[in-house]
Design a protein around this ligand. Structure first.
Ligand SMILES: Nc1ncnc2c1ncn2[C@@H]1O[C@H](COP(=O)(O)OP(=O)(O)OP(=O)(O)O)[C@@H](O)[C@H]1O
Length: 288
């Protein structure tokens, strides 16, 4: 299956939120990475056919998605950033409600609801009211809703925002397990969310697709460029102007610096393996 975006552009009155985005998604997990306001949600809403682009087209295996109507919705699962949960509902009734909206018969709905509850480890809490759920449980319920129709395309917008590390890990393992034979597109501004999960990373900057590739491909230009060294605290300000500092840690009245440096100028500089965080900070240095 191929989901192809060609020259997608979305302009709000005074803002070009997505600017000439072209990319082809095939089965696999894609991480859409970028700071707040970089256009991730707008792009996802266009890919879900909720928002009409000003320019450009989206094709599924060569067919314009706007012409597919229900056929497209039948294969799409979407978890928006601001998904509304009904606090008085229990998890089971909530999912039954969505399954009915998605057009399942009562019998099909019951089977699918039990199945997705199992997939997201909420079976034992299915009769608990949503208002008693933690943030992580709510997000698992959200993904369960998106999985009800066994979608071939799953789009999840910043699903891990506000979750603690354990809940994040839990959520990621659910996504990894349900990603088989699907296009999964996940947006985040948290680098570590996609570092181990996404096979393909797309970096959005100011509405544009700034870079894309596997983690290894993206980090290649930073090989031989990331170093750590110790300096005096007074030197930090000057050094920050000369190099892209990606981390700092106080060490015995001094400072350990991690930085991107094209030519190491000090003997004590130790070369490090670059990380996605280094790359992210080098791209968005002006925004830090
Ligand atoms: N309905 C709208 N009307 C006007 N401007 C909008 C609208 N939706 C988004 N924008 C603007 O478009 C830009 C991209 O927003 P978008 O929500 O797509 O970014 P994002 O990367 O998803 O960020 P966030 O994580 O904060 O949602 C932002 O400047 C935002 O203010």
């Amino acid at each position: 299956m191929k989901l192809t975006a060609e020259h997608l552009t979305k302009i709000f009155i005074h803002k070009t939120a997505v600017n000439d985005f072209s990319y082809t998604f095939t089965n696999g997990i894609y991480g859409l990475l970028g700071p707040n306001g970089s256009g991730k949600s707008t792009l996802m809403r266009m890919l879900c056919d909720i928002l009409k682009p000003n320019q450009g087209h989206i094709y599924l295996d060569g067919t314009l998605i706007q012409t597919m109507n229900e056929d497209y919705r039948d294969i799409l699962g979407y978890l928006p950033q601001d998904f509304g949960y009904y606090p008085q509902f229990n998890a089971y009734d909530f999912l039954m409600y969505f399954a009915t909206l998605k057009g399942f018969s009562k019998k099909e709905a019951k089977d699918r609801v039990e199945m997705v509850l199992e997939m997201v480890n909420l079976t034992s809490e299915k009769k608990h009211k949503i208002k008693t759920f933690s943030g992580g449980m709510k997000q698992r319920l959200g993904i369960a809703q998106a999985l009800l129709n066994d979608p071939k395309i799953l789009i999840v917008d910043e699903p891990t925002a506000g979750l603690d590390p354990k809940e994040r890990a839990n959520f990621k393992s659910i996504l990894a397990r349900c990603a088989n034979d699907k296009i999964v597109i996940l947006s985040t501004h948290i680098v570590s969310d996609i570092e181990t999960l996404a096979q393909h990373i797309l970096i959005m900057k100011d509405g544009k697709l700034h870079q894309h590739g596997t983690r290894e491909e993206l980090l290649l230009p930073l090989h031989d460029q990331v170093y750590t060294f110790i300096c005096e605290e007074q030197e930090v300000e000057k050094l920050s102007k000369e190099m892209i500092v990606t981390a700092m840690m106080p060490v015995q009245n001094k400072m350990q610096i991690r930085a991107i440096i094209s030519k190491p100028a000090r003997e004590d500089m130790r070369r490090e393996e670059p990380s996605l965080e280094d790359l992210y900070l080098s791209i968005f240095k002006d925004a830090i």
